[in-house]
Design a protein around this ligand. Structure first.
Ligand code: ADP
Length: 370
């Protein structure tokens, strides 16, 4: 059995796999502030003041369940220039630490969790959200800032959601565009399995309109608002937590509520969301020199047929065509037989992708407990 961990600033999510089968999943939520442990449909209050205590808690819990953990896979948000998953050693720990200023809410707790997991005494693998995008060429990842600033601060487009983009595009040949549309949203242009471009940048703020994030902005807006007296901290909160679908609609970041609303603000929020996505798809079709396959994933991509319909209809100039019934019922292939572009809905599973990386690196010996 292997353990897969996905850590946030106040959460530890886990999944246990036997081979590719998920045995159990759970979550410690609100670490440090009335923490709650969810597992097997149950919910209990626990005393967990920090991430190290969280790991001690789940380790004890696994012992009561007799889970023989043979390896651990960690989702790590930022890995700077690391191009693939790594067996964790001091060099990898140092890399995660060096990337911390670029992912201050994620890398430090991930580092603390990795160190706490040494107590399991098993090999640990880091799977980076940025690694899949490292195949981008300088022309795609370079911002037009003064060179000395770029070099001094390692400023470039890194991209995120890489584990999800890798999972849904795995073994898909040709020119593929993957749309990860969840609360966070990003899009990737992929050629024969290698990422060519992606919409998130130095941070996850760039690109598509998201649940609460702005996506692309004129940098002049930031300067303008600073001059109006907003502090960097206030702008950080505004751009990450109060913008996007929520900010525009003044109602919700949940697309289901906006689709059901008849307020003009909700309608405009959805229109801007779709317009930005269609614009990126158009740009990536140019970058790829055409399109063989469009993939939708994430909570919105997997479930919201109306959004998919409008996006695919905007590609009718390419000969993309939907099979309406299949789209309505979230089938895996939603394009018609005569469509010039294959359109798919794929349920993302970042934890399974991490488990596969653990097996790839450590070999099948960790796959079965017997
Ligand atoms: P995260 O990025 O936090 O992992 P998800 O990928 O779960 O988020 O996506 C969350 C969003 O997906 C929700 O805000 C909601 O808008 C949308 N969503 C989730 N389930 C559905 C559904 N059944 N129908 C339509 N939209 C959904």
């Amino acid at each position: 059995m292997i353990l897969v961990l996905n850590v946030g600033s106040s959460t530890i999510k886990y999944k246990i796999f036997e081979g590719e089968v998920e045995i159990e999943s759970g979550l410690i939520d609100r670490i440090g502030d009335k923490p709650v442990f969810y597992h097997n449909g149950q919910k209990e209050s626990v005393k967990v003041d920090n991430h190290e205590e969280g790991i001690r808690f789940i380790k004890k819990y696994f012992e009561t369940k007799n889970f023989p953990i043979k390896a651990i896979g960690h989702r790590v948000v930022h890995g700077l220039d690391v191009t693939e998953s790594k067996l964790i050693n001091v060099n990898v720990l140092e890399k995660i630490e060096r990337a911390s200023p670029l992912a201050p809410l994620h890398n430090p707790p991930e580092l603390a969790v990795i160190k706490a997991c040494n107590s399991f005494g098993v090999p640990q693998i880091a799977v980076f959200d940025t690694a899949f995008h490292q195949s981008m060429l300088p022309v795609a990842y370079t911002y037009a800032l003064p060179r000395e600033i770029i070099e001094k601060y390692s400023i470039r487009r890194y991209g995120f959601h890489g584990i999800s983009h890798m999972f849904v595009s795995f073994n898909e040949p040709g020119r593929v565009i993957s749309c990860h549309l969840g609360n966070g949203a990003s899009i990737a242009a992929i050629k024969n399995g290698r990422c060519v471009d992606t919409s998130m940048g130095l941070t996850p703020l760039e690109g598509l309109v998201m649940g609460t994030r702005t996506g692309d902005l004129d940098p002049g807006i930031i300067l303008f608002l600073l001059n109006q007296g907003f502090s960097p901290h206030e702008l950080d909160k505004m751009f990450n937590e109060k913008s996007g679908l929520l900010g525009l609609s003044m109602e919700s970041n949940d697309i289901r509520e906006l689709v059901a609303s008849d307020r003009a603000e909700a309608k405009l929020a959805i229109d801007v969301f779709i317009y930005r996505l269609v614009k990126y798809i158009g740009a990536y079709i140019s970058v790829l020199g055409g399109l063989d396959q469009l993939i939708f994933t994430g909570g919105i991509g997997e479930n919201e047929w109306r959004i998919r319909k409008r996006v695919v209809e905007s590609l009718s100039y390419l000969g993309a065509e939907l099979e309406e019934k299949r789209n309505f019922s979230n089938q895996e292939i939603i394009s018609s037989e005569t469509s010039k572009v294959l359109v798919k809905v794929k349920k993302t599973n970042e934890e399974l992708m991490i488990a596969r990386e653990v097996y790839r690196i450590l070999g099948d010996s960790v796959k079965n407990s017997y």
